[in-house]
Design a protein around this ligand. Structure first.
Ligand code: TXA
Ligand code: MG
Length: 316
């Protein structure tokens, strides 16, 4: 539902209750998670979920992640498995999303899954997200709180830059610590599959499961539509693996390559992930084409390179 002014809430009891009350009334509230800010709506209210799609301009086939307060609540919506149990014990709350078969009488709006027989579910770790989930006491559908295809938000101001006046409120609790979206794995078939690299390195999941994750080939049909090739796109063009900037470009550095602004002068991948979207927002504001220094591929580097590759992809 569109509103004339977006309220800014802080992580304090009265504000959390006010935000939860708006969610119960079917309004949209953006809130911080440890990965990025999410655009939350009651996952059981079809109208509320529909307004997420409308507000983001999101393609209707792209399903949403449902956020819940704990493992027990997750089990209300999906068919639980032994592998899910291992991963939930080890990594929840945290930046891991699991895709599992929807169970009967889940009570969620069909728009959440965009008609799929599976559900993406996660338990966020951020104290503001947890406080909101406790007060709301239900499942929150939440994509990243940015217009579809644009850079994801890691600060309340990023949210407002894209969605001010279009959502009821934003819960502002500063910058997100992880900075890239959750890692998504599917446990809906016999083979655990990595659908999206993210804030939890795939290697950590493989160690916990004692098995390799399958990785869909580029040519496969889209199973996590966030895998659309062009995504996270700034207004200007993006050029990757740039050790130096060309005339007119602004340079995003890493490690020994200082650039105009560095993701991490010390070459730390966690710091780089936390800075990624904020720095892209800042460089985008200059209007110049963006050159990006090479980033190693291992650990969190997989998620960072994935987002950068999409930011650099030809636009539809
Ligand atoms: O860190 C995150 O995951 C953030 C915060 C807000 O939690 N959320 C987020 O949501 O990144 P979103 O909507 O931007 O990305 C969700 C991804 C999409 O690529 C979507 O296609 C995929 O999850 N997805 C959702 N449900 C799915 C399902 N049932 N099967 C496969 N992929 C699914
Ligand atoms: Mg997104």
């Amino acid at each position: 539902m569109s509103t004339s002014k977006t309220l800014r809430f802080l992580r304090q009891p009265d504000d959390i209750i006010a935000a939860a009350t708006l969610l119960k009334a079917g309004e949209l509230i953006a809130f911080p998670t440890e990965t990025v800010y999410g655009l939350g709506a009651d996952a059981r209210q079809g109208d509320a979920v529909a307004s997420i799609y409308a507000t983001k301009g999101r393609p209707s086939f792209n399903p949403l992640i449902v956020h819940v307060a704990d493992v027990e609540r997750a089990k209300r919506y999906v068919t639980w498995t032994a592998q899910a149990d291992v991963l939930a014990r080890e990594f929840w709350p945290g930046p891991l999303t699991m895709v599992l078969p929807l169970c009967d009488s889940h009570g969620l709006s069909g728009l959440v899954t965009a008609g799929l027989p599976t559900l993406a579910v996660r338990v966020p770790a951020h104290p503001a997200a947890r406080a909101l989930l406790d007060a709301f006491d239900g499942p929150l559908a939440a994509p990243s709180a940015n217009p579809s295809g644009k850079i994801s938000p890691t600060r309340a101001d990023h949210v407002l830059a894209g969605l001010d006046g279009k959502i009821a409120g934003v819960l502002d609790d500063g910058a997100c610590g992880v900075g890239v979206e959750s890692t998504i794995i599917s446990l809906a078939s016999d083979t655990p599959t990595l659908l999206r690299a993210g804030g939890l390195p795939a290697e950590s999941i493989e160690t916990a499961l004692g098995t390799q994750l399958a990785r869909p080939d580029a040519g496969d049909k889209i199973t996590a539509p966030g895998m659309l090739t062009s995504h996270y796109a700034p207004g200007a063009t993006v050029r990757l693996n740039a050790t130096t900037a060309e005339a007119g470009e602004i340079h995003l550095g890493f490690g020994d390559i200082a650039g105009d602004l560095s993701l991490s002068p010390s070459g730390d991948l966690s710091e780089a992930a936390a800075n990624l979207f904020d720095h892209l927002h800042r460089l985008d504001a200059t209007g110049k084409p963006i050159a990006v220094a090479p980033i190693p591929a291992s650990g969190l580097g997989a998620a960072i390179n994935d987002r950068l590759t999409r930011a650099a992809a030809p636009r539809p």
